[in-house]
Write a protein that binds this ligand. Structure first.
Ligand code: MN
Length: 202
């Protein structure tokens, strides 16, 4: 079966104390798996079952889009975090952020404002905009995906309440700060940024 739940890239409690095992237990084993099972049921026996997941995300609509995008988004989100992550990025992503936002401090302020200001459910994406040659912060509602607007996702943060409510209740900002200070996987962002350049974005 092509559509499988990818393994978490770390142990279920590895992001504690910033995200609890309880949160990951529900988020990964119930929510992520739930979207995957729903998607399988929707596409079983249809020509769409033969497509790859990113193609389903960019080409489908309605329920199939919602569930396909949520499967893809969550896998990307797990990889966007790592134990002992966060802090100021060095490396190519650090330089790209500093040149796109003026400073890492400005980036941090804008990222937090964007995440706190996203009404309802969605994701804050750090993307590379090849046309403008810059890194951008893009809040998107519900399951919306950078893949649909021609952007390369570098990092993704889930701000649906189920991502943080068990640990932070309504204090979304504290979750966002923990993500930036302790969890963001800058090496993953570096690897994603690298693909932009190897595709001739210069
Ligand atoms: Mn989620």
């Amino acid at each position: 079966m092509k559509f499988e739940l990818p393994k978490l890239p770390y142990e279920i409690a590895a992001l504690e104390p910033h995200l609890s095992a309880n949160t990951l237990e529900f988020h990964y084993h119930r929510h992520h798996r739930g979207y995957l099972e729903k998607l399988r049921g929707l596409i079983e026996g249809t020509p769409q079952a033969k497509l790859e997941l990113p193609d389903l995300v960019t080409r489908s609509t309605g329920e199939i889009f919602n569930n396909a995008a949520q499967v893809w988004n969550h896998t990307f989100y797990w990889n966007s975090m790592t134990p002992d992550g966060g802090g100021d990025p060095s490396g190519p992503i650090g330089q790209a952020i500093a040149s796109s936002f003026g400073s890492l401090a400005t980036f941090r302020k804008e990222f937090i404002a964007s995440a706190v200001g996203l009404f309802g459910s969605g994701y804050v994406w750090l993307t590379f905009d090849s046309a403008r040659e810059r890194v951008a912060i893009e809040p998107m509602k519900d399951a919306e995906s950078p893949l649909r607007v021609g952007r390369v996702p570098l990092l993704g943060m889930d701000v649906w309440e189920h991502a943080y409510y068990l640990d932070y209740q309504n204090a979304r900002q504290r979750y966002v700060e923990a993500f930036l200070s302790h969890l963001a996987n800058w090496r993953f962002a570096d690897a994603n940024l690298e693909t932009c350049h190897s595709h001739g974005a210069s």
